[in-house]
Design a protein around this ligand. Structure first.
Ligand code: KET
Length: 455
């Protein structure tokens, strides 16, 4: 058995997972009203049997493995502390960056006094949806031309994955989704809570620090026909290792021959190669064969709109008739979840994508971010070479996107945090986007220390 199962949503009941969740919720609510003495609840609304809090039995939950790194970093008073945990871009000065083109778009929005704050439709800003589909599938995409793509605005990449997952759990005949081993830590949680059963397929080979293509092909070849497969469109998180275009073609052929449903997570379009079109190529290969697929897009990283929570879910269908029905069902997923998405971030994106000049300016700023990260890779690699740090560190310059999967173990990571105030996820992933020329020597010293000491 090469793949491992995270959780199973199957039960003896034949109802859908969301029906079962709602059923469980209803049973819970009914049980509470049946057994509670309402007058005592009114007399003392927050006291339990012992007079303490009704939540006293809760255990303290651990911080999130990625966002919790920032929480720990914020508490550290050290002046040399360095946050390489979350994948968020920083300037050479170590500051968050608001793109100039985003400032311009916001100014345009503010100047336009006709703009209102009404609710958006359930599917979000329609112009944003159209432009997002074009950005990821290509302006000349036959699927768009044939009107068989449905796109809904969602709450960034996470929200798009969650809505897509719940839609599949409700309406797709296979409830198993395969995710890469390893993957972004939120993937198994998102899909399990959406009602899918999560399994993994081999992806990364620690001995080569590269792709385990053989393992990947074997695992997808052994997957139950029709299963869903989560694919990182580019700049795989956390490994920074992507298949080549030839390998993508083999993956596509295998998946199509087995009827496996592709679900792309595109959180880093433009960050892998610096080109939006190049990074979207694997998705476009799957769309070009006429088959169906899902794509979750995020503008958090490539437009720096992290906190605006702006993203999109596109479902490419075989016909416009089906796409219309899919959209109608997506609305039923979204309405009880958050009703409709926010207006501001999507408006910024729409202003930029619709205007040729702003769009070009964006691509230049995006390329500058990608280039700065590549230069950090070179500087860190050189700094380790200069120190004579034992080991092969060439993966730092070979891996792509925001992260380097260093190969450092949890004990080494914790030593670097304790002794050097360098913060990263315990799997040894560092966000290269959080590094600058000034902080490279400090990081290189820390890596050198753990590589030469018995930590
Ligand atoms: N997919 C992947 C692969 C991913 O790395 C992230 C975020 C997301 C989706 C979701 O991003 P959103 O902000 O919802 O559009 N990853 C970084 C931040 C996080 O963990 O939330 C990270 O790995 O550091």
């Amino acid at each position: 058995m090469t793949s491992s199962e995270f959780s199973s949503s199957s039960s003896s009941s034949s109802s859908s997972p969301s029906d079962r969740r709602i059923g469980a919720l209803l049973r819970h609510l009914t049980a509470a009203t049946d057994s509670d003495n309402l007058s005592s609840v009114y007399a003392s609304p927050t006291s339990g049997v012992s007079g303490g809090s009704v939540f006293a039995h809760l255990v303290q939950a651990p911080e999130d493995p990625i966002l919790g790194v920032t929480v720990a970093y914020n508490k550290d008073p050290s002046p040399v502390k360095l946050n390489l945990g979350v994948g968020a871009y920083r300037t050479e000065e170590g500051k968050p960056l608001v793109l100039n083109v985003v400032r311009k778009a916001e100014q345009q929005l503010i100047n336009d006094r006709t703009r209102i704050k009404e609710y958006l439709p359930i599917v979000g800003l329609v112009e944003f949806n159209k432009l997002s589909a074009k950005l990821i599938l290509g302006a000349d995409s036959p699927a768009i031309r044939e009107n068989r793509v449905t796109t809904v605005e969602c709450l960034s990449g996470t929200g798009s994955l969650r809505v897509g997952g719940e839609f599949l759990a409700k309406h797709y005949h296979q409830k198993t989704i395969y995710i890469t081993q390893p993957t972004w830590g939120n993937h198994p949680k998102i899909f399990t809570l959406a009602g899918l059963t999560v399994k993994t397929y081999r992806y990364y080979d620690p001995s080569t620090r590269g792709l385990n293509f053989q393992g990947l092909i074997e695992d997808l070849g052994a997957a139950t026909p029709g299963s869903i497969v989560l694919l990182h469109a580019c700049a795989h998180n956390p490994t920074g290792v992507d298949p080549t275009i030839q390998q993508w073609e083999q993956i596509r052929q295998l998946m199509r021959s087995k009827g496996l449903m592709p679900f792309f997570d595109s959180a880093y379009q433009g960050f892998a190669s610096g080109s939006l079109d190049t990074d979207a190529k694997p998705i476009r290969m799957f769309v070009a064969d006429g088959g169906e697929c899902l794509v979750a897009q995020s503008y958090a990283k490539n437009m720096g709109l992290y906190g605006e929570r702006v993203g999109a879910l596109s479902i490419v269908c075989k016909s416009s008739d089906v796409a219309g029905k899919v959209e109608s069902q997506l609305k039923l997923v979204i309405r009880p979840m958050y009703s409709s998405p926010p207006i501001h971030g999507a408006s910024i994106v729409a202003v930029i994508l619709r205007d040729r000049n702003l769009f070009n300016e964006w691509t230049l700023e995006l390329k500058a971010m990608a280039d700065r990260i590549i230069s950090m890779r070179k500087q860190l690699f050189e700094a380790l070479r200069a120190r004579g740090t034992p080991g092969d560190w060439s993966h730092i310059i070979k891996q792509i996107g925001m992260f380097t999967f260093t190969g450092l173990n949890p004990a080494q990571v914790s030593y670097m945090t304790k002794e050097y105030h360098i913060y990263m996820t315990s799997d040894g992933r560092i966000s290269m986007a959080g590094l600058s020329s000034k902080t490279v020597p400090h990081l290189a010293d820390a890596i050198h220390a753990v590589a030469t000491k018995a930590v």
